[in-house]
Design a protein around this ligand. Structure first.
Ligand code: ATP
Length: 394
């Protein structure tokens, strides 16, 4: 087993008396890659800036490579490569001069050779002599990546590294992150792209919950009001990660036509996909529930929760499976799927949130909410089975 490289315990941060981070606990092993997903303003950048020793933590401890970021910041900086929202480069210097300057600041041996190699790797060799002030946003992002990797840091902190990159740039980023990981180095990155988060990170579900943990004020008196909503939003978010791959993976590999050529009823294909998606969401829920119960300190392990989770999962999966087939045919499926799915699953999610909330307060199930969810599940399932054949063949 790898040793922990990043250890965060009880990390808190407040800006102008407003709590931004409320006691984060994260352990990231050497060679692990973690994605931070979260709403705008959840505190992702703040967290990365603290880890990069750019902002002081309010309370708690952070150790990077065994070093305390408060006491040994200078040594920590040598171990960290950071790409933030701003390029943090000198506009007046050329691309090459920038890398050379930072190479010297980090005491990189053979900085010249390293800069040449990195510029080639990020596809900027042709622009080496151009002033940074004249570069495009995507080129700046590539250069920022090169600068972050210059001193071969064991921990890479990337704040939305995909922002501004074209398809080729994204491929390059994936390649660089893959290489970093293969070398046994650690990465923590933020993104708003679910697929990228799933593709690269070893852990993601827990972070959705962690974000909720510090995004809301969970005092005892408002816990019952917020916790069920946060739980179901986390489930739905995580579910979309799997739902997005329902048909897309087969389409990308060209095996969808082969499946459609089989003499099998389309409804059977739909039901098989639905079952697969329910299993995926089920696994997500099994992993997320104990973490959620621990983070939010709420009693959720009662048999009464099972029908709520089953009916809620069925509702999300029926609609999600159908619409993933529609979205898979488009370029912007990651964006389209939530837009199509969210409005339709609202009644089921409201039912699930209300039923979970009632259960937390009174420990009994109230039939109206379960009945509502069951009714919508039946409607969703019937309509989806009827429509799937049309959707998949058009
Ligand atoms: P996004 O997804 O939009 O990048 P984020 O999750 O990275 O958001 P942060 O940039 O960390 O969020 O900001 C979290 C909160 O902290 C916001 O409400 C922001 O206004 C506040 N904040 C961040 N930096 C400062 C600062 N220097 N002074 C005061 N408030 C700040």
């Amino acid at each position: 087993m790898n040793a922990p490289y990043l250890e965060i315990k009880g990390l808190k941060k407040t800006y102008n008396l407003k709590p931004i981070l409320r006691g984060i606990d994260v352990v990231l092993d050497q060679g692990e890659c973690m994605a931070l997903l979260g709403a705008n303003g959840a505190g992702k950048t703040t967290l990365l800036r603290i880890l990069a020793c750019l902002t002081k933590p309010g309370a708690g401890t952070v150790r990077i490579g065994g070093l305390d970021i408060g006491r040994e910041a200078q040594h920590v900086r040598l171990r960290v490569g950071f790409v933030g929202h701003q390029p943090n480069l000198y506009d007046e210097l050329t691309v090459f001069e920038n890398l050379l300057f930072f190479g010297r600041m980090y005491s990189v041996k053979q900085a010249r050779e390293r800069a040449v190699a990195l510029l080639k790797q990020v596809g900027l060799s042709r622009h080496a002599g151009e002033r940074v002030g004249t570069l495009s946003r995507g080129q700046l992002q590539r250069l920022s990546l090169a600068r972050a990797l210059l001193h071969s840091p064991p921990l890479l902190l990337l704040d939305e590294p995909d922002a501004g990159l074209d398809d080729e740039g994204i491929e390059l980023l994936e390649e660089l992150m893959g290489e970093h990981r293969e070398q046994g180095d650690t990465t923590l990155f933020t993104t708003h792209n679910f697929e990228r988060a799933v593709k690269f990170s070893d852990r993601i579900c827990m972070l959705v919950l962690v974000i909720f943990n510090f995004a809301f004020d969970l005092r005892v008196d408002n816990k019952a009001a917020i916790a069920p909503g946060a739980l179901w939003v986390a489930f739905v978010f995580a579910s979309l990660l799997g739902l997005g791959r329902t048909i897309a993976s087969e389409q990308e590999k060209g095996s969808m036509d082969r499946l459609m050529l089989c003499p099998v009823d389309r409804k059977a294909i739909y039901l098989a996909k639905l079952l697969g998606n329910m299993l995926f969401i089920g696994v997500v829920e099994i992993v997320a529930l104990p973490i959620f119960a621990a983070l939010f300190n709420v009693p959720l392990f009662t048999g009464e929760l099972l029908p709520i989770v089953l009916l809620g999962t069925l509702g999300v999966a029926t609609i999600g499976t159908l619409f993933s087939a529609i979205a898979a045919a488009t370029q912007a499926r990651e964006l389209l799927l939530p837009i199509l799915v969210f409005p339709l699953i609202v009644p089921v999610v409201i039912g699930a949130v209300r039923a979970t909330g009632t259960l937390m307060i009174s420990s009994i199930n109230e039939p109206p909410w379960l009945g509502l969810m069951a009714a919508f599940d039946v409607i969703f399932l019937s309509v989806s089975m009827l429509m799937f054949e049309y959707v998949i063949e058009e």
